[in-house]
Ligand binder design. Structure first.
Ligand code: NAD
Length: 320
């Protein structure tokens, strides 16, 4: 098997390769050529850790595997980040393990690539202003990937903890874009595309905040109980997601569904927009991408980085 270590990923993986991998796997999911397996997520009762597996099989790309890992909130004492994961890939023809790949940086890149794909297909024509809600670890990756997917002229941002906004200001400056911190009503009124990436458990962006043609990539809500958007905003939008089953149970749509404001049948798959089977925005004023994060995304970027490591001759070979 090949090993690509966490500390090799930054030098190998590019946001472009992540974008291409995610666009392709969303399309494969929509064509029913790729499926995610049921997610396992368990509280260990040790170190307050949450541990689990996200797996799947892409029959188009012949990518089979799983991401194992989770959240260890006390990792600072070990000098490690709290989110820890590793992707294991298997030979689809034989079942032999084929690769072990560090999954931490890849998770941020695949999450940012998902919202970037949604921006490519769903941003209103002529979008100029990007609004960022959230300024944590993921936000810088999101901002960089969005700027690659679309030529924005200006970035505005809001975060519940304003002292963290320097991360957005620094990232915008690295991208050569002007940045301004604003309040949420201003953000909703001025932004043509909005990315929300917080760990909020209550609505932040309200229906009344959002004016004019807008695309919202709602990326923070990936667990039951989390919420970033007003359910009335979700109800007025044309909604897309990576996987409908996750959108209605652990994604942003869980709340609008629970309140009976939307029906599951009205939620579209982003992959179907990629394949051309769903017309996408099609005149809607507000579109939302409910990005819940699926195992196939992890496998797709891991397979891409293994290919890059092979091409550069830096994958470590281990007999198992
Ligand atoms: P982080 O801890 O680095 O940053 C947290 C962000 O949420 C900051 O903007 C912070 O100000 C804000 N925040 C913290 N507590 C809050 C609260 N109670 N109410 C409102 N906002 C709050 O986290 P991160 O790594 O940037 O991740 C952000 C979110 O993205 C998390 O919820 C994480 O689970 C989610 N995520 C989703 C995916 C996906 O595929 N959809 C992938 C990775 C992470």
């Amino acid at each position: 098997m090949l090993v690509v270590a966490e500390n090799q990923i930054a030098g190998l993986m590019t946001p472009e390769a992540a974008f291409d991998a995610i666009e392709a796997v969303f399309a494969a999911m929509a064509r029913r050529k790729a499926q995610n397996f049921p997610v396992v997520r368990e509280a260990l009762g040790h170190e307050d850790a949450l541990y689990g597996f996200k797996g799947g099989f892409d029959a188009d790309a012949l990518t089979l595997g799983l991401k194992a890992g989770g959240y260890w909130p006390n990792n600072q004492k070990h000098g490690l980040i709290n989110h820890q994961s590793t992707v294991f890939l298997f030979d689809a023809d034989t079942g032999r393990v084929s690769a072990a790949v560090g999954g931490n940086l890849l998770t941020a890149l695949r999450t940012a690539a998902a919202s970037a794909v949604s921006i490519k297909y769903l941003a209103p024509k002529g979008a100029k202003v990007l609004g960022m809600i959230g300024a944590g670890h993921q936000s810088a990756f999101q901002l960089r990937a969005a700027a690659r997917a679309h030529a924005f002229e200006r970035v505005i941002g809001w975060n519940p903890h304003p002292e963290m906004l320097t991360r957005l200001a620094d990232t915008a400056s690295e991208l050569g874009l002007p940045f301004e911190a604003v309040d949420l009503p201003t953000l909703g009124a001025q932004a043509d595309v909005i990315i929300s990436i917080t760990s909020s458990f209550g609505p932040l962006l309200m229906d009344g905040h959002v004016a004019g043609p807008t695309h919202i990539a709602a990326m923070g809500t990936d667990t039951k109980g989390k919420q970033e958007l007003d359910p009335a905003l979700v109800a007025r939008a044309r909604v897309f997601t990576d996987e409908i089953a996750q959108s209605v149970s652990i994604g942003e749509c869980q709340h609008a569904i629970a309140q009976g404001l939307i029906a599951e049948e009205t939620i579209g798959e982003l992959g179907a927009v990629v394949t051309g089977d769903n017309p996408g925005r099609a005149g809607a004023e507000v579109t939302i991408f409910d990005g819940t994060g699926v195992g196939l995304q992890d496998l797709a970027v891991a397979a891409a980085v293994v290919e890059l490591a092979k091409q550069k001759g830096v994958a470590q070979k281990v007999d198992i």
